[in-house]
Design a protein around this ligand. Sequence first.
Ligand SMILES: Nc1ncnc2c1ncn2[C@@H]1O[C@H](COP(=O)(O)OP(=O)(O)OP(=O)(O)O)[C@@H](O)[C@H]1O
Ligand SMILES: [Mg+2]
Length: 248
Amino acid sequence: MPPILAFENVSFAYDGFPVLRNVSFHIDEGEYVGIIGPNGGGKTTLFKLILGFLKPTHGKILFYGKPTADVTDFLAYVPQTLRHDRQFPISVLEVVLGGLLHRLPWYGRFSKKDHEDALCALDKVGLREFQNRQFGTLSLGQTQRVLIARAIVSRPKLLLLDEPTASVDSHSEAEIHKILASLRNEITLLMVTHDIRTIIQDVQRVILVQNEVSTLNPAEVCEHFALGVYHTPLVKSAFNSSQEKKNP
Ligand SMILES: Nc1ncnc2c1ncn2[C@@H]1O[C@H](COP(=O)(O)OP(=O)(O)OP(=O)(O)O)[C@@H](O)[C@H]1O
Ligand SMILES: [Mg+2]
């Protein structure tokens, strides 16, 4: 089976400002992959390319070997930060149902099945009893869990999470990581994170996005962090210095 996602020599520039250069990698179905990299390295841009919000300047992005995904409800996304009006009177259940808007018929009512799916998604993030609470009254950690429920309610095959624990306390962070680890049998997960402990414990593979992209295993990440985080990949710099010695 072809990989669920493949980048083939993808480059991207915003109005001539290059952000990603000649990026190739693939993700197999069922993988849990961490994405790391410095601020401005292109992580969110990479997600926007996967989501189709941006188009590559060069190269191809393939889903199961094809340029577009055949399945509806293929992709879901939890954005880096969501600014919402905390006074806006919408319940937790309604926010989760928002993940099924594309299923809404012309007369505009969610079915019993949609409600059941929304409650099932709330169960997965441990917030069923919050279904009638006003969304704006939740803590940041609970807010993120509701946004994860909204993303998974349509049972996507591939879930993209852009720093889902960036603004939450360590207790909520641990809870969110537990929830994500529990989803890994159902969904292929791609998560931007700066949390090294999660990378080591939970993810199987790490992609370093720094204008270019390299793949590391979790143990190698420790080495990178210990050496002052995001420098040029070790192998490459070793290669360059040996070349320099040969050609002074
Ligand atoms: N809409 C845009 N127009 C022009 N430049 C942009 C736009 N969005 C992002 N950039 C630039 O592209 C580069 C990559 O941004 P991106 O948001 O992908 O980085 P990131 O790795 O997600 O960073 P962070 O860790 O801060 O979230 C940055 O230099 C940024 O300023
Ligand atoms: Mg970002």
